[in-house]
Structure formats: structure tokens, C-alpha cells
Design a protein around this ligand. Structure first.
Ligand SMILES: C[S@@+](CC[C@H](N)C(=O)[O-])C[C@H]1O[C@@H](n2cnc3c(N)ncnc32)[C@H](O)[C@@H]1O
Length: 308
């Protein structure tokens, strides 16, 4: 298992560009990339234990754990020393990236991470984990991408793994990308994780539309890593996603104040066919310990011990 992952990491490294403009210039590339895979996998396993269960109706579909390890390392490298905003993050890549650095498994990573998600369970899981593990540079806010973004401190880069837009040509992806661009003041970089499949027509349409949207907003595609991740997706277990890297053009201008997204054409089929967004927040009913079985999942049938 570890050998296979190590080979996969090496294969990915072979296809990656050597340190990007975001990488720390002082670090030696070969030294900073040495990762203890056992420690990395076990750290990601801690995060997975803490993750709320996915709600399929909102397109929450979790990335498989091996791919989370590789993805976290890549994102930590890409955003080394930067302020990183996650626009939605049910996968908990944000937590993995922060935790791997806090644990010393990675010697590089973002200086600060904020997760914006409309699911209070996710927000609480991130905050509780950061609190328990003493990770001061990780936080989370309850936020719906259909609402305007509050003006605040800007981020250097954003990451999003949005609803993939199979039934709306990628409009749902573009809503998340728009908020990511706003989080960077339209002058940063971003990674968009979306479907990538040679045999299906819709992922190609979505990729084309997202790239067009990026271009219309003063961003260009700086890199694409194809077919990297697999998901716990019953009806399409083979479907993979790519990392699409966006970067702002020089002197890119913010188009104006952030505004709510209300155009019905942008909201149609947002979470899949006939699934318009109708929910502002998913509220957590009670604080759950996600790593252990819940009481309503089982009942006990006692041993018959006679007169004991
Ligand atoms: C839509 S899922 C995409 C699949 C991804 N693998 C995952 O499960 O995280 C990504 C995240 O976006 C969040 N999300 C969905 N709709 C949202 C909205 N309208 N505003 C903010 N976050 C949203 C979900 O709660 C989830 O955490």
C-alpha cells in the first residue's frame, strides 16, 4: 500500500512543474518534498474520522483517502506561505493541509486557512479539530456562496471542489469560482477541482465553460493536472476529477462589489437535475463525535445470564 502510494507520489512529482511562483524560494525542492507516507496517511485518517457524513442532495461526495493524502501535499506545496480560502470543503482537504504542517509531517504549507461552507456540521468539525489539535491558523465560517461575500481581509489563493455542474454546464462551479476570485480581490490564484473524463460529454462542456468564465473574469489557466482523484460515488465510481489551476492576469481589476447570485439561469439544476438551491444553511442538530457510532445507529441485545 505504502509502496504504491509512494510510487504514485513520485509519478505525480514527475509530471509537476518544479517550484511554482507560490513556492517558498528559500526551501530546497528535493528536501522540502520528503514526506513520511505512514505519518501522512495516519494524519489524514485522523481528519477523515472527524468528517461529517456527506449529504448527497447537496453534492457532498467525499474524495477517497489515498487521493486526499496526495492532494493535500500538492495543495500545501502550491499555497506554501500563503493565505488560502476554501470555498466549500466537505472533503476536509483544508484540515489535512493544516494538520500535516502542524504535525510536522510537511515542512511547508499555507500561513493561514479559512473554510467558507454553508454546512454548519463542516464548520464545527473544522473549528473543533483546530481547537483540539492546537492549530491556530485554521478557521471556518458559515457562508452560502449565493450570498454576497463580506468585504474583509483578502486571501492569496483559493481552493474549491464545488458541485460539478453535470446538469447546468458548470454554472454551479462558476458560482464557487466567482467567490474564490473575490476572496483574492481578483488578483490571486485558485485551484478548481472538477470532473474530468474522456468518455463523457458533460465534463468537457463544464471544463470549457469554467475556463471561459475564468477568462471573462481576468484569469487564465496556468496548469491542469488530469484525472487525479476518485470519490465514494456509488452511481459513477470511475468518475475522476482534475486540478484546474487559475491565475489572475497582471493588473486584473475587481469588477465591483460582491453581489448575491439571484439569476434563475445560474441557479437552475445547481445540485443536479431539477435541484435548485432552496437552503441557506445546513444546521447541525447536535454536536456529534463523528469518529464513533451514534446511539441511534444500533441497539443492544443482552446476554441471558439466568439468575446472575
Ligand atoms: C458541493 S461539495 C462537492 C464535493 C466535494 N467532494 C465535497 O464533498 O466536499 C463541496 C462543499 O460545498 C459545500 N456547499 C454546497 N453548497 C454550498 C453553498 N450554496 N454555499 C456554500 N457551500 C456549499 C458543501 O457543504 C461541501 O462541503
Amino acid at each position: 500500500m505504502i509502496g504504491a502510494l509512494a510510487r504514485a507520489v513520485n509519478r505525480l512529482r514527475g509530471t509537476r512543474e518544479s517550484p511554482s511562483s507560490l513556492a517558498s524560494p528559500s526551501a530546497h525542492p528535493t528536501e522540502r518534498r520528503r514526506v513520511d507516507l505512514r505519518k501522512a496517511i495516519n494524519a489524514v485518517s485522523d481528519v477523515v474520522q472527524n468528517r461529517p457524513r456527506p449529504l448527497r442532495v447537496f453534492d457532498q461526495i467525499h474524495m477517497k483517502t489515498g487521493d486526499m493524502v496526495l492532494q493535500s501535499e500538492m495543495i500545501a506545496d502550491w499555497a506554501d506561505g500563503k493565505r488560502l480560502a476554501f470555498i466549500g470543503d466537505g472533503d476536509a482537504i483544508s484540515v489535512c493541509v493544516a494538520y500535516l504542517k502542524a504535525r510536522g509531517v510537511l515542512t511547508f504549507g499555507p500561513s493561514h486557512i479559512t473554510v467558507f461552507d454553508f454546512d454548519e456540521r463542516t464548520v464545527e468539525a473544522v473549528m473543533n479539530f483546530a481547537d483540539r489539535e492546537g492549530i491556530p491558523n485554521l478557521d471556518a465560517r458559515l457562508y452560502n456562496v449565493l450570498d454576497a461575500m463580506e468585504p474583509g481581509e483578502l486571501y492569496d489563493c483559493f481552493y474549491t471542489n464545488p458541485p460539478w455542474g453535470a446538469s447546468n454546464g458548470g454554472e454551479s462551479v462558476n458560482a464557487f469560482v466567482e467567490r474564490g476570485m473575490e476572496a483574492t480581490g481578483h488578483i490571486g490564484e485558485g485551484v478548481v477541482v472538477i470532473a474530468d473524463d474522456d468518455d463523457l460529454p458533460w465534463p468537457k462542456q463544464v471544463l470549457a465553460n469554467v475556463q471561459r468564465f475564468a477568462s471573462e473574469h481576468g484569469f487564465y489557466v496556468s496548469k491542469m493536472q488530469r484525472k487525479l482523484h476518485e470519490y465514494h460515488l456509488d452511481d459513477a465510481p470511475e468518475l475522476k476529477s482534475c486540478n484546474l489551476y487559475l491565475a489572475a492576469l497582471p493588473q486584473n481589476q475587481p469588477p465591483g462589489l460582491s453581489a448575491p447570485i439571484t439569476d434563475p439561469n445560474r441557479l437552475e439544476n445547481f445540485y443536479g437535475l431539477s435541484q435548485r438551491p432552496t437552503v441557506r444553511y445546513v444546521r447541525a442538530r447536535k454536536r456529534l463525535d463523528y469518529g464513533v457510532a451514534h446511539e441511534d445507529e444500533y441497539e443492544l441485545e443482552w446476554l441471558d445470564r439466568g439468575s446472575e
